[in-house]
Design a protein around this ligand. Structure first.
Ligand code: NAD
Length: 360
């Protein structure tokens, strides 16, 4: 029986992963999460009574808590999703990014090393430490080219730098101590349960409330979008079949400028909730969600383009995304419109959608 410890499992991608792992494997899943503003048990409400699911509240940077976690639950694998994940927040306050993303990963690695050391040879060989990372570690692309696994690291934001540092630690614990580590570097995710500070849910929720849709700079920045369920399926594939010591890039082959994403969202919201029938829109005298688009001051150090070459995942592990951007985005819009209670609950008492990260 596999026993997975999923750090950050109450966040956006983690919660989607937990649901997928319970549905598509026989594994026992233990979520370890600090429940920061971005983590919520609301994200896991539907699996709370599942007999293979357990929740432990705690901080990955807390040595004693992590040691106890491993002693108690005896994992066959640790998957590290826990992170501070919002670039704008990292510009205003990088400390939490250093504490969780770098120190937290270090604490987890040390605990995993001690734990694996005490396992039988057979169990140690089967043990895995899978670190979930981002394509932002590679920096920014121009018009041409793609990130491959050997692209040199050149992080530009404090968030990306903290993730890059963590990736280096994970790699080193594999090379130096023989810990069976795996790293995944993924492009931008979208889908259910994403905290509404991020581009896609922010735009959907602002649109239905007839609030402005702020696009940074001229909106020409390109991201390669991947549906969260496809990312999670890829992580499970890497866990089961990936070669220890290797890293794997995941992306959706869906490059879009931010303007394209926002105008598409406007049209999808229109199809679900026509502007002329939305009292928030009519009271502002507006008939098209596109009229809400406003261009605002750019983020400092804003990377121009990310694009992933996922041929290693495809060729070596046979992974391909199942959702195309058009249908994935439509389903995502429908999910946010159908889950107003969740949207209210995770934003309660917070200015989730206010502008931050100007670096002034
Ligand atoms: P998220 O911000 O939605 O969730 C992060 C989770 O980690 C939350 O549940 C939070 O409570 C928890 N957490 C934070 N600090 C913690 C700590 N010290 N100890 C324990 N738990 C802690 O993030 P996400 O978007 O789900 O991202 C998950 C992982 O995937 C991150 O490592 C991120 O860098 C990576 N990633 C994200 C994307 C994306 O598009 N969102 C893309 C590629 C990689």
């Amino acid at each position: 029986m596999q026993r997975l410890i999923v750090t950050g499992g109450a966040g956006f991608i983690g919660a989607n992963f937990v649901r997928g792992a319970l549905d598509h494997s026989d594994a026992e899943v233990v979520v370890f999460d600090k429940l920061t503003y971005a983590g919520s048990l609301e994200n896991l409400a539907d699996v709370a009574s599942h007999k293979r699911y357990h929740f432990v509240e705690g901080d990955i940077a807390d040595r004693e808590a992590v040691r106890q976690l491993l002693d108690t639950h005896r994992p066959t694998a640790i998957l590290n999703f826990a992170a501070e994940s919002h670039v704008d927040r990292s510009i205003d306050g990088p400390q939490d990014f250093i504490d969780t993303n770098i120190v937290g990963t270090f604490v987890l690695l040390e605990a995993a090393r001690a734990y694996a050391h005490a396992l039988s040879d057979e169990m140690r060989r089967a043990f895995r430490f899978l670190h979930v990372s981002t394509d932002e570690v590679y920096g920014s692309l121009g018009q041409e080219g793609y990130f491959v696994e050997t692209t040199p690291y050149a992080p530009n934001s404090p968030y990306a730098a903290s993730k890059a540092a963590a990736d280096h630690l994970v790699r080193a614990w594999g090379e130096t101590y023989g810990l069976p580590v795996l790293i995944t570097n993924c492009s931008n995710n979208y889908g259910p349960f994403q905290y509404p500070e991020k581009l896609i849910p922010l735009m959907i929720l602002n649109a239905v409330e007839a609030k402005n849709l702020p696009i940074y700079g001229d909106g020409s920045n390109v991201r390669d979008w991947l549906y969260v369920g496809d990312h999670c399926a890829g992580i499970l594939r890497v866990l089961e079949q990936g070669r220890p010591g290797e890293k794997y890039n995941l992306g959706g082959d869906a490059e879009r400028t931010n303007v394209e994403v926002v105008t598409t969202l406007c049209d999808l919201v229109e199809a679900e909730r026509p502007a002329t029938e939305n009292p928030h829109m009519t009271s502002r005298g507006l008939t098209s969600y596109r009229d809400l688009i406003t261009y605002v001051k750019d983020r400092p150090g804003h990377d121009q383009r990310y694009a992933i070459d996922a041929s290693k995942m495809r060729g070596e592990l046979g992974w391909t995304p199942q959702h195309d951007f058009a249908s994935g985005l439509r389903d995502t819009v429908r999910w946010y419109l159908a889950n107003e209670t969740w949207c209210r609950a995770v934003q309660a008492g917070r200015n989730a959608r206010s502008r931050i990260g100007l670096g002034d």
